[in-house]
Write a protein that binds this ligand. Sequence first.
Ligand SMILES: *[C@@H]1O[C@H](CO)[C@@H](O)[C@H](O)[C@H]1NC(C)=O
Ligand SMILES: *[C@@H]1O[C@H](CO)[C@@H](O)[C@H](O)[C@H]1NC(C)=O
Ligand SMILES: *[C@@H]1O[C@H](CO)[C@@H](O)[C@H](O)[C@H]1NC(C)=O
Ligand SMILES: *[C@@H]1O[C@H](CO)[C@@H](O)[C@H](O)[C@H]1NC(C)=O
Length: 633
Amino acid sequence: MLLSCLQLTFVLLEQFVVSTFLVRPVSATMIPGRYLAHQEGLPKLPVPPLRQTCERYLAVLEPLVSEQELEHTRKLMAEFLTPGGAGERLQKGLERRAHKMENWLSDWWLQTAYLDFRMPVVVHSSPGVVLPRLEFSDRQGQIRFAAKLIAGVLDFKTMIDNETLPVEYLGGNSLCMNQYYQVLCSCRVPGPRRDSVVNHARAKRPPTFITVVHNYQFFVLEVYSSDGSLLTVDQIYMQLEKIWNSSLQTNKEPIGILTSQHRNTWAKAYANLIKDKTNKESVQAIQKSIFTVCLDAPVPRVSDEMYRSRAALQMLHGGGSRWNSGNRWFDKTLQFIIGEDGTCGLSYEHAPAEGPPIVSMVDHVVEYTKKTEMVRTPLVPLPMPQKLRFNITPEIKKDIEKAKQNMNIMVHDLDVRVIVFSHFGKNVPKSHKMSPDAFIQVALQLAYFRMYQRCCSTYESASLRMFRLGRTDTIRSASIDSLNFSRTMDDPSKPVAEKVALLEKAVKAHRAYTDMAIRGEAIDRHLLGLRLQAIEDLVSMPKVFMDTSYAVAMHYNLSTSQVPAKTDCVMCFGPVVPDGYGVCYNPMEEHINFAVSAFNSCSETNAARLAQGLEDALLDMRDLVEQMPRAKL
Ligand SMILES: *[C@@H]1O[C@H](CO)[C@@H](O)[C@H](O)[C@H]1NC(C)=O
Ligand SMILES: *[C@@H]1O[C@H](CO)[C@@H](O)[C@H](O)[C@H]1NC(C)=O
Ligand SMILES: *[C@@H]1O[C@H](CO)[C@@H](O)[C@H](O)[C@H]1NC(C)=O
Ligand SMILES: *[C@@H]1O[C@H](CO)[C@@H](O)[C@H](O)[C@H]1NC(C)=O
């Protein structure tokens, strides 16, 4: 019954999907300099006032730590803020940095959040995107769809190259478009202590090829003809078929699985790998390529109910060394993944970009694949795509075996539940004049509270793209108000009116924090900046960054992100702490797609239970608000 209900929702949605998600270029011809002119017009990220951040930090701690711990932190904070003290000095340093640089935060953030982070990018950093299952179930369908998808991405690329991509807006303000220029022709490269990202998009001769991987074998596929025009879908199809036919052997070494290792381990293996000239050239081709397409082998079928969860795992880690984990280059910024069974989605390396630009590209690509027909054009014979060769020494073979083992441990440890909450979407909160995102976040707080009888440090990413080169700050969704609501919601002695009032207050508090964050006035990046400034100035770390409260505040048991898309897809990612959850969602008008992750090795967490709790919380909150006459709200 439930299933047929779900299917109906999908059918209806399909009919509503008209070709309006195609991003149209703002001009038919190239507009040189438009991108830079736009960027220069954007405001610079401010450094918030010191006292404001410190006061807000203490308020954030209130629901998270004991009164005793809070009192201790208050004392440390007073010391930090003494006139002429550490706080003021570090703040001055930050302000000088902000004056000198285009963005005082973005380089630091790229380093600390991504390039210095040594855990594997798989599960711990790279998100995946799951698209609705496609209708094919054979090689021909897989290749045909892959050809259209490639053409769709290249169509988007032309708008980037021509600088005709429409500027995006948030609440009337234009946004920084830089991330779009960072995701193509780009790749992460492991280093012994710190990684780097190479980007060939603005090279003198930018790459004109993509890489395709099938049965663990990589190929270079030229996608521009000698006259500079793009290959047609038909031509791409033929080339993909050649690749497919010449990579039928399945006994190849899964060289790409090396990229799933701990970064220090991979850096060592990498240095060894590229000692060989052929290997080095092959690796460089992957790094330079515009993007990668993974043509995946079929995987065991699962029930329709579990389909999206399984697809999420395929996007996040490829299913293990027996399946498609070796059919990847996890350092590659953009990898589109297409299975023979109609599975489709992508995996992306997080360092160069956030989710929203990625899914807006996905929206365009999906729409493009729908409108594109395969027209048989008279075929000019094209050269065979070049296979990338690797010489596997015994040492490399050993590294691959180790990587396989570690990958399989990660695969066993990760639990992901993708659910379609089909009862309502943005429509219900909107009809009660509440922010849909705030409503969902408060529901998540309620679900967590019901499981653990407490709230936890919660991270929701907020966009700083109103500022030049802006990335993210943190919306802290656990507040005194959300906790007060969670405590009262299930108390039968409390009247409905009080519960509704507390819900409204919690939703408003979340909304206010969000507004503050996108204005560049949240606390997390500012506190990080003060800490990094202390390191840069070689002064001792202020005690306020070393107490229990700070550790609790930075331990995100809930790491969340709203990534709205027009396509009926969902982004997914792993938890950021061993005993936490990752929760990503795409709220559509009449349903919400959620991806919830947890680690099996933690006995306290359970993705399916939190997902169920979230459904219950959303339904209970709807019932609550519907008990009140609308006029009173
Ligand atoms: C990009 O710009 C070139 C040169 O002005 C033009 O010929 C081409 O049609 C443009 N393509 C798109 C898709 O805007
Ligand atoms: C690939 O193999 C199939 C099946 O053997 C064949 O029909 C097709 O013509 C081949 N395509 C190319 C481009 O070699
Ligand atoms: C919690 O809500 C009640 C109203 O039900 C209110 O009296 C109390 O002050 C609130 N507590 C906090 C800490 O906001
Ligand atoms: C959440 O974080 C705290 C540490 O701040 C920890 O004690 C707790 O066990 C964590 N896990 C869960 C499931 O709450």
